[in-house]
Design a protein around this ligand. Structure first.
Ligand code: B12
Ligand code: SF4
Length: 543
């Protein structure tokens, strides 16, 4: 029997401020969030077609009583920093007697945290959601459904329900080509959640997803949310020529961004294919310049190579690089702050996400630290977010460190302070402007895009004039240098500058939080462990 069901998908709020919010940058471009909830809209596409589905993204809009009244079933869940709000939504539903199902990466890593949800879905939804629907239709309102690990057939994943999104909310659209990564980095939860054998969608599927976005009127940036787009090089090399043809056929409506491992720089053919498909931005996990630390963290692919040269090679193929760095690895030397700052400067990377090493639930790192008796609270059994805050900037190092903790915290604050000094950040943006060789496809001029760019420039000028005047000189001088030396790089360089509106003040906020941690530890009665209390304070108008 075809039972109807009203499903309300709710994407929980991120409570703590983060480098990744890019709040001020989103405001300037007139959007509310960087990315849409691709997991939930994928789940929506897997539900029976006659079920009515609505989506509320709590990061962009309010969840009201009437939304909840409409629903027969609420489905929610997300990533680790969303755990507190997911639990809030569960409580809200429990209080109203409204059945609630949870799923997504954090439910998969920490199912014990979600014991109050009526239905728990652990793992990837493809191939498993049918069981949930069957049970629902049979009248079951409680249960835990667990997918076999890494077995979901992504070639059977339907086009996500992009139509459920309010396009005005998001800076980027998102698609996903592959799940999983072949490397073994000890701290990484990707390989635990999605496996080490990357599973890829077909070319037809991907082009179908782009057709759907295009038909909905989307233009601008599309993020390939793969953790490592080049995890299966053979598959991506087969796909990219088709992506280029699609772009040519449609007048290059999209730029693309993604995440990749550093060995991208070793492959000229791959760089060319990405350039011609119009990839303009890539995030790379560099982590640390310290070879010993890289080896101890099992990130050997980054060790014993000239990392700055690799990044410059990527710039020459037209892609801007943002990078992740981690402080606090075992084996790290006391010269870390100097070396990390020097690498960031030599590689001319403006946007660097620098965090403290965190033992995440269900990772090799957590298992090793547990064996060594070094965990402060076990992330696999405790309420991890409650114990560390779920934020890897101010509340990392949730274990006994090998180097003295103060030394690590001092190094961390030194790196953040130096690389986010306006003169340092804008200096790197100016050097980037000289070396970047952007791809200039013969794209169709779109009135909507031009109007959006003009509005962005207007909002930027207004913000600088009214709220961040100290940045007027760095902005204007960087713009002038770019126009003088390499006007083709103007757009990516402006983007880097807009990002600073959030990243600069946020870095200063983190430095303040670390100073507080250091002050507590330096106090005569401070305990040796446990100064990992989450920074509960909000970044009140950081900008
Ligand atoms: C894009 C992305 C982001 C975007 C934002 C995305 C968004 N919508 O808001 C940005 C770049 C901002 C971001 C930031 C962060 N992210 Co992030 N992110 C991703 C990434 C790369 C892709 C997410 C995605 O769209 N996946 C595609 C969908 C289809 O997969 P999925 O979400 O897993 O959904 C499937 C299943 O989980 C399930 N499912 C999902 N939801 C639900 C709900 C229900 C009810 C059901 C039944 C099933 C279900 O069905 C789907 C189909 O199988 C993932 C990694 C990954 N491969 O997924 C990390 C990931 C989710 N991020 C993660 C983390 C930790 C972060 C950060 C904290 C960064 C950091 N490392 O410090 C920040 C936090 C930001 C903040 N503001 O506080 C972790 C989460 C770990 C965890 N255990 O929860 C992941 C897994 C990777 C990682 N290790 O970095 N992220
Ligand atoms: S390269 Fe990135 S995604 Fe792959 S295992 Fe290492 S940290 Fe995880």
């Amino acid at each position: 029997m075809h039972q109807a069901c009203n499903v309300l998908l709710v994407y929980p709020r991120f409570d703590n401020p983060s480098f990744w919010d890019l709040t001020a940058a989103c405001e300037v471009i007139g959007r509310r969030r960087t990315n849409p909830p691709l997991g939930l809209i994928t789940v929506a596409a897997l539900l029976p077609p006659h079920w009515a589905v609505r989506l509320i993204d709590r990061n962009a809009e309010e969840l009201t009583d009437s939304d909840l009244d409409w629903a027969d079933l609420v489905m929610t869940g997300g990533m680790l920093p969303q755990q507190p709000d997911t639990l809030r939504i569960v409580s809200l539903c429990n209080a109203r007697g409204k059945p609630v199902a949870v799923g997504g990466p954090d439910v998969t890593s920490s199912p014990h945290a979600y014991a109050n949800a009526d239905i728990r879905v652990i793992g990837e939804a493809e191939g498993m959601i049918d069981d949930v629907v069957r049970a629902w239709n049979a009248g079951t309102r409680h249960g835990t459904f667990e997918a076999e690990k890494f077995k979901a057939d992504v070639t059977a994943s339907p086009t996500p329900r992009f139509d459920l999104l309010n396009p005005g909310f998001y800076a980027d659209a998102s698609v996903q080509f592959s799940r999983g990564c072949p490397f073994t980095c000890e701290f990484c939860d990707i390989i635990e959640l999605y496996g080490r054998a990357p599973r890829t969608k077909t070319t037809e599927q991907m082009l179908g997803e782009l057709d759907a976005l295009h038909a909905l009127g989307h233009s601008g940036n599309v993020m390939f949310v793969d953790d490592n787009l080049i995890g299966n090089k053979k598959a991506v090399k087969q796909f990219l020529p088709h992506l280029r043809e699609w772009q040519e056929r449609h007048g290059y409506p999209f730029t693309f961004s993604t995440q990749a491992s550093i060995n991208l720089a070793d492959d000229d053919a791959l760089l060319t294919l990405m350039r011609e498909a119009n990839f303009t931005y890539v995030f790379i996990g560099i982590e640390t310049p310290d070879d010993d630390a890289l080896v101890s963290a099992l990130k050997k692919q980054n060790a014993r190579r000239n990392l700055a040269d690799c990044i410059h090679k990527i710039y020459r193929s037209g892609m801007t690089v943002a990078a992740g760095f981690i402080v606090g690895f075992d084996g790290e030397k006391s010269s870390l702050a100097e070396e990390m700052t020097a690498l960031i400067e030599a590689a001319d990377i403006p946007l660097c996400m620098v965090g403290l090493l965190t033992a995440l639930p269900q990772t090799q790192l957590t298992r090793r630290l547990r064996r060594e008796g070094r965990l402060h609270a076990d992330p696999d059994t405790s309420l991890f977010v409650a114990s560390v805050g779920g934020d890897q900037c101010t509340a990392g190092l949730n274990f006994e460190t090998l180097r003295p903790r103060q030394e690590i915290l001092n190094d961390y604050r030194t790196v953040l302070q130096r690389v986010y000094e306006p003169s340092a950040y804008f200096g790197r943006a100016r050097r980037l402007a000289r070396v970047l060789v952007p791809f200039k496809p013969k794209s169709t001029l779109r009135a909507k895009a031009v109007i959006n760019d003009l509005l962005t420039l207007g909002r930027l000028a207004w913000r600088l004039a009214t709220r961040q005047r100290e940045l007027i000189i760095p902005f204007v001088s960087t713009l002038a240098a770019c126009l003088l030396h390499n006007p083709t790089a103007i757009k990516p360089v402006i983007v880097q500058m807009i990002i600073y509106l959030h990243a600069g003040p946020f870095a200063r906020y983190v430095v303040g939080q670390i100073d507080q941690q250091l002050a507590v530890r330096d106090a005569p009665d401070s305990r040796e462990v446990g100064v990992t209390a989450p920074a509960q304070a909000k970044v009140a108008n950081v900008a």
